[in-house]
Design a protein around this ligand. Structure first.
Ligand SMILES: [Zn+2]
Length: 381
């Protein structure tokens, strides 16, 4: 991966490039940043730059033998470590056994989230995974590092989400981070610094990676209108990774409106058969869409409240949504709106924690049946 493909982050790029030119490459570095920031992309571009044989002033050449291997993340001196699952099979729970899947995931979206990766692991085993970096990983790495580099000047070990190391693997990894063999560079890429044990943190030179700016996002999606980027930025909590997934899946708000309207109709009629069918469909659309749908549902309930308060100037709906909201608003009042918001928020959190979507959406529907029956204490107008 190349530095030029990363929007913004110019100070960090310069800092990394200067370290190579000044021969001050620290052997244990940590890039920390929120979900959807450029931390992993920066680490991979830096690793490629370290080993490029025709390095340019501001980027790797992109065509030398080392760069070509780095493009597909298959350089023999690039070791990739990331959370994996404990499998029932006799296979060791180490990254090497999942590396093809991870490469595909990251090459498709270098800002991909940990949750997105865990989803892939879960779908591999048909059970819910939490993912971790286990002691076996550190053992295997100890063995690998006992050998000399294959061909590169720098052997690079990327550890993505080191906060998923347990105490045992952290302690085992610590020995390597303290005294890595000559020519070895550790690049840890984390989201939550506080979860790393202090002795590991103290060994690392930390670089804080900031969120992408709106300008960076506009540059990243040159064919999208600014208004659309703003809308999706808000929906995805400013995570570029989720924005990429959103645009790749071409999720339209119109589908959300139709889906939300149907759902509310079933809920109002207490139509359990159709609710079950709806839940089945929702459980198959994947976590990103499930999450976005719930955010959309929250927005629609909020718009109903706004209509009830007769402050139409604050409405943020299109024509179709307006038609729905004016009819549906009579079911939303000061008594039920807060519990609805809370329940939607709790459901989003449960999705983030990989709870089973079928149970979640069914339970949510039952709650909604109850909430919609709550009448306002005050008589309107
Ligand atoms: Zn090169």
């Amino acid at each position: 991966m190349l530095f030029k493909d990363i929007q913004g982050n110019n100070i960090i790029k310069k800092q990394l490039i200067d370290s190579v030119f000044n021969d001050r490459v620290s052997h244990s570095q940590l890039l920390n940043g929120k979900c959807g920031s450029a931390k992993l992309h920066l680490a991979l571009a830096y690793a490629q730059y370290l080993n490029c044989s025709s390095r340019l002033k501001e980027d790797s050449c992109g065509i030398c033998s080392s760069c070509t291997k780095y493009v597909s993340l298959t350089h023999p001196d690039l070791h990739l470590i990331f959370p994996v699952i404990k499998s029932n099979l006799s296979k060791l729970s180490i990254s090497d056994n999942f590396v093809d899947l991870w490469r595909d995931y990251i090459l498709n979206n270098p800002y991909g989230s940990l949750n997105g990766w865990i989803d892939i692991l879960s779908s591999q085993t048909n059970k819910l995974a939490t993912g971790g970096i286990y002691k076996e990983e550190a053992n295997v790495l100890h063995k690998k590092l006992a050998f000399k580099n294959y061909e590169a000047q720098y052997r690079v070990i990327i550890i993505w989400m080191p906060e998923k190391m347990n105490l045992e693997s952290s302690n085992s990894m610590l020995k390597l981070l303290e005294e890595p063999p000559k020519g070895t560079v550790f690049l840890l890429v984390s989201e939550n610094l506080d979860l790393l044990i202090a002795t590991i943190k103290s060994r690392l030179q930390t670089i804080q990676v900031h969120d992408f700016t709106l300008e960076d996002m506009i540059n990243y999606f040159p064919h999208k209108a600014k208004s659309e980027i703003l809308k999706v930025k808000k929906l995805t909590n400013s995570s570029l990774g989720k924005m990429i997934t959103y645009f790749q899946n071409d999720i339209e708000d119109d589908n959300f409106l139709e889906n939300f309207t149907l759902w509310m109709r079933y809920v109002y009629k207490v139509d359990i058969i159709n609710i079950s069918n709806w839940v089945d469909k929702m459980s198959q659309i994947g976590k990103v869409k499930q999450r976005l749908f719930l955010i959309y549902a929250t927005k629609m309930i909020r718009e109903c409240l706004i209509i009830n308060l007769s402050s139409n100037s604050l409405l943020r709906v299109n024509e179709e949504e307006y038609k729905f909201v004016t009819k549906f608003a009579s079911f939303i009042n000061e008594e039920n709106s807060i519990p609805i918001f809370e329940t939607l928020e709790l459901t989003i959190k449960s999705i983030d924690r990989n709870a089973g979507p079928k149970i979640l959406f069914f339970e949510l529907s039952l709650q909604m049946i109850k909430f919609l029956k709550v009448k306002s204490k005050f008589v309107n107008k």
